[in-house]
Ligand binder design. Structure first.
Ligand code: FAD
Ligand code: NAG
Ligand code: NAG
Ligand code: NAG
Ligand code: NAG
Length: 524
């Protein structure tokens, strides 16, 4: 039974009004503070909005996150139903000096979120409207829409647009930080599709941000720091070739690491040399049914517009001698299922586990660094089984659409990165010791791959970031970038209300589970 609906709040209110603040035990006074939110704020919200307090099933559902490490402290959930509800909630939070956070798919996992205590969650799950413009060039989506809802609604009209690969993440959670997806080779990032955004600013004012706005540059890559997007108008495209895609997957044993990554470099090409309709990705993972003593490597090739992955791409990988391989054809809508990113796939589930990522962009594979990382991954996950569901992910999206856009035209700065690489350290949470052990392991794997690349800047995709990397790694090292972001921040959010998701101010970077410098092992 739900503990609270606004309608029931009146009764509780009179109880709270009669409670002497000094005599009340702590838990009762905090309960009453939340009750006040329900009644005071409730009066300003639309009729379909709800306020949920701890103890209700809906509160639990609404606050459950994909990763349990450093989850934000939420004491009340406001389930908004209109764009104006968002503005009212922000104004209320400010007037009462309470921190607040937009909640969408709940897959954000950066440690900086942990700085929120007693916060108001602004749950966007009801803002899922879709309307396709008459000319078929754009569509307007509610700020809480998920990838799958975008794809399904457009598909019904023969249209598509860039979303994240995962059905369960929102459009805007990824999009405000850039947003990678299967169609980026053709059209660019999610943020590159934006035509205009309705946003609630830090002071609760509602504005429309478009190419003529000062914030336009900033919202395309650093948008989480400037407001809550209540709706977005984005470019959409005709589905071509009936949306035909095909895939091949290969599983390799531990002895094939060098051969595989040499072949990817050689036959699939990176960056602009990689065909626009071709993508590949791979991951290291433990699969005891194939090999109980070592992890194995899964490798996927995805190709658009063909009924089967072309032989010239598949054959070199057959020759390496996979232990298993499969393939198939379908449509764009099958990609999440093939790649384990569908609503019912494991990565979409919220299981109370820690999911910590340590991203680094690479230009191409260094097979000996891949070997070192593989062996380190083997040693650690064999020795510490609590971590044996971890993965190391290597995503090779096609990049033309991303790289064709001027890098200085958006706050998303890492357009030249060809490969999106990240260890994903997964474990059941127990204590701080295990958290430190996990983050040390993830950082070690990242350092091995980074040092193997010979690159001299660590670029870490903000939406995968662990939280310890810092603003240059997220937003770019050219000094003008952070200067520009900080000066916009000083104007639009001087009180730092949106400082919980990869903030620009280094002092706000809160990373309790990051090992101290001394302990980080750097490979040589
Ligand atoms: C299984 C999985 C697959 C993924 N696949 C991809 C992928 O293919 N491409 C990719 O780019 N990333 C991908 N990611 C990373 C993804 O971009 C981030 O996890 C992102 O934070 C998820 O957004 P969310 O809405 O689900 O999470 P939330 O935790 O709800 O949102 C994250 C943060 O975004 C902000 N936010 C969300 N909505 C709004 C809004 N409307 N207005 C303003 N701020 C908002 C808030 O600060 C919030 O804390 C993936 C992540 C997972 C877990
Ligand atoms: C595999 O990924 C990398 C990144 O693009 C790329 O270098 C290689 O060409 C890709 N192969 C695939 C999957 O297309
Ligand atoms: C893994 O463990 C083996 C055996 O203990 C050791 O020889 C090897 O150096 C380790 N490799 C890495 C990369 O840690
Ligand atoms: C992880 O370790 C446990 C305990 O040793 C084992 O039962 C399980 O099969 C392992 N899982 C994987 C994916 O390796
Ligand atoms: C809110 O902030 C914006 C941007 O700084 C400003 O233009 C606007 O006047 C402010 N609104 C109020 C009511 O203070």
């Amino acid at each position: 039974m739900e503990f609270l609906m606004i309608a029931a709040a009146g009764l509780m209110q009179s109880f709270c009004d009669n409670l002497s603040p000094n005599a009340a035990p702590g838990f009762l006074s905090s309960l009453c503070k939340n009750e006040n939110i329900a009644t005071d704020l409730g009066a300003h919200l639309s009729s379909a909005a709800n306020v949920w307090l701890p103890g209700s099933t809906t509160f639990n559902t609404a606050t459950t996150r994909w990763s349990s490490l450093d989850a934000p402290g939420i004491s009340v959930v406001v389930e908004v139903a209109t764009e104006n509800d968002v503005a009212e909630t922000v104004k209320y939070a400010n007037a009462n000096n309470l921190p607040f956070l937009a909640y969408n798919g709940g897959h954000g996992a950066i440690e900086t979120l942990g700085a929120i205590e007693n916060g108001i969650e602004i749950w966007l799950g009801k803002l899922t409207s879709v309307s396709i413009a008459e000319d078929g060039q754009t569509a307007t989506f509610g700020g809480g829409i998920r990838s799958k809802q975008v794809t399904d609604a457009l598909w019904a009209a023969g249209k598509q647009t860039v979303t994240g690969a995962c059905e369960c993440t929102s459009l805007l959670g990824p999009g405000l930080g850039g947003g990678h997806g299967f169609l980026q080779g053709q059209y660019g990032l999610i943020a590159d599709q934006f035509e205009s955004l309705n946003m609630v600013l830090a002071n609760g004012t509602q504005v429309t941000v478009n190419k003529d706005s000062e914030l336009w540059w900033a919202v395309k890559g650093a948008g989480h720091n400037f407001g809550i997007v209540t709706s977005v108008t984005s470019k959409i495209y005709d589905v071509q070739n009936d949306g035909l895609w095909s895939y091949k997957s290969f599983y390799y044993t531990y002895d094939k690491v060098e051969e595989l990554y040499n072949a990817i470099n050689r036959y699939l090409g990176t960056g602009k040399k990689q065909a626009m309709n071709l993508m590949n990705y791979s991951f290291f993972f433990n699969y005891p049914a194939i090999d109980p003593n070592h992890p194995v490597i899964a490798f996927f090739i995805l190709q658009q517009g063909v009924g089967a992955v072309e032989e010239k791409y598949a054959e070199p990988f057959e020759k390496i001698g996979p232990i298993m391989s499969t393939g198939g054809k379908g449509t764009y809508k099958d990609l999440p299922t093939w790649t384990s990113n569908a609503d019912d796939s494991l990565p979409c589930q919220k299981l109370g586990l820690v999911n910590a990522r340590f991203p680094v962009d690479l230009q191409s594979y260094n097979p000996s660094a891949q070997r070192l990382a593989f062996d380190a991954f083997t040693n650690f996950t064999q020795k510490f089984p609590a971590f044996n569901n971890s993965l190391v992910l290597f995503e090779g999206y096609s990049t033309q659409g991303v790289q064709n856009i001027q890098a200085d035209s958006t706050a998303f700065s890492h357009r030249e990165g060809n490969l999106l690489v990240t260890p994903l350290i997964i474990y059941p949470p127990t204590d701080r010791k295990r958290d430190l052990q996990g983050s040390r392991f993830g950082e070690h794997l990242r350092q091995v791959l980074y040092h193997g690349s010979g690159q001299d800047e660590m670029h870490s995709y903000v939406n995968y970031a662990f939280g310890s990397e810092g603003p240059e790694a997220w937003y770019g090292y050219e000094p003008w970038r952070l200067e520009r972001l900080r000066s916009l921040k000083a104007k639009y959010d001087p009180k730092g209300r949106f400082n919980f998701y990869a903030p620009f101010d280094r002092r706000k970077v809160h990373s309790p589970h990051y090992p101290s410098r001394k302990k980080v092992y750097i490979s040589n």
